[in-house]
Design a protein around this ligand. Structure first.
Ligand code: KG4
Ligand code: ZN
Length: 333
């Protein structure tokens, strides 16, 4: 039997999970509400709140899994990429827990873990598959050949898709994180009410910064003509922006599927919680004969379940790191 404790602290969520023989027995996430009024994560505040949350979060994960801390066989933690001060809290905790209990340490790449979240559910994708990983910090199309054999074949050249949602929310006066709120308003709006440009980026890469600028000027001009414009049109604006972000993502994903001749398509990362993206993906699946994989909602946004499952697959290979390991703000596959 292998019991893995997974720790995630790369951004603004403190999370701990217990994985028992490849099954997630608990996944506890402590969200940080302190960032809402700032329109984005404040790194200094994030690391401080991680420091406060980490011990109770781990205790809760152990309790919910109905195990004792002495039952844990290995500690897996997010080494990167992420905010350095945030990563330091999880990394230091994992090292201390492993040292105190004489356990091996397993480093996990956060972006690989988002993809490996697909191996939590019963229906696991067969290799090779394509994964569109869309989060607050990343937008990537990844060719996944094996658990830890992944190649980024397309990525954003500027902002991430989640950032496009969050920055749009900020322009519209909505709190951080903006994605879930835009998703909610978009459900009541018309996706073609307003037209925003689709950037022309070669290959499988993405760009979202032009979209953000065009939304900024659009709102500025409309509000100048009618100060109540935002209130009156919030649903339609959200639906139109969301529709544009989704078409940008899907057009590149379709291109990637065609070029690689792969029809097993997965989505991962916080933005994969978006209901519009999920339904657009299902439409594409019908049209193009794709087999689509979408993680459970709780494993889309940042969570330690994905770290624990990635840790489990590394544990099977006995792929451990030493106590001298340090976090990496930038970490490649
Ligand atoms: O993967 P994640 O939890 O953290 C990072 O590693 O970045 O992703 C967070 C991002 C935020 O930008 C948030 O606005 C976005 O995911 N997000 C959504 C939705 N839920 C979260 N974006 C669109 N629609 C959603 N329902
Ligand atoms: Zn993430």
């Amino acid at each position: 039997m292998a019991i893995i404790l997974g720790i995630e602290s790369s951004c603004d969520d403190t999370s701990a999970s217990i994985c028992i023989d490849g099954i997630i027995a608990s996944n506890v996430v402590a969200n940080q509400l302190v960032h809402q009024k700032y329109g984005g994560v404040v790194p200094e505040l994030a690391s401080r709140v991680h420091q406060q949350n980490i011990i109770p979060t781990v205790q809760e994960a152990i309790a919910q899994a109905k195990i004792h801390k002495n039952d844990v066989d290995a500690v897996a933690f997010t080494r990167g990429p992420g905010l350095l001060g945030s990563l330091l809290v999880g990394t230091s905790f994992a090292k201390a827990f492993a040292l105190a209990n004489g356990l091996p340490l397993i480093e996990v790449n956060h972006m690989q873990a988002h993809i490996l979240a697909h191996f939590i559910d019963d229906e696991k994708p067969a290799f090779p598959f394509l994964c569109l990983t869309v989060s607050g910090g990343h937008t990537q199309i990844v060719l996944v050949r094996d658990y830890f054999d992944m190649e980024i074949i397309g990525q954003t050249t500027d902002d991430a898709a989640g950032e496009a949602f969050d920055k749009t929310a900020k322009i519209l006066g909505l709190p951080y994180p903006g994605g879930p709120l835009i998703d909610k308003y978009a459900r009541e709006g018309h996706p073609h009410a307003f037209k925003f440009p689709e950037p022309q980026v070669p290959g499988l890469d993405f760009s979202f910064s032009g979209l953000k600028t065009s939304i900024m000027y659009f709102v500025r001009d409309k509000v100048k003509a009618d100060p109540d414009f935002l209130n009156k049109n919030m649903n339609d604006i959200c639906a139109s922006v969301q529709n544009r972000i989704i078409t940008i993502l899907l057009n590149k994903l379709k291109k990637a599927a065609l070029e690689t001749n792969i029809n097993r398509i997965a989505i991962a990362g916080g933005v994969s919680a978006n209901s519009g993206l999920r339904s657009a993906l299902n439409d594409a699946a019908m049209e193009l004969n794709w087999k689509v994989f979408v993680p459970q909602f709780q494993y889309c946004t940042d969570n330690a379940g994905m770290i624990a499952i990635a840790g489990y697959y590394k544990y099977l290979k006995q792929d451990f790191v030493g106590q001298d390991v340090a976090p990496l703000a930038r970490m490649h596959f």
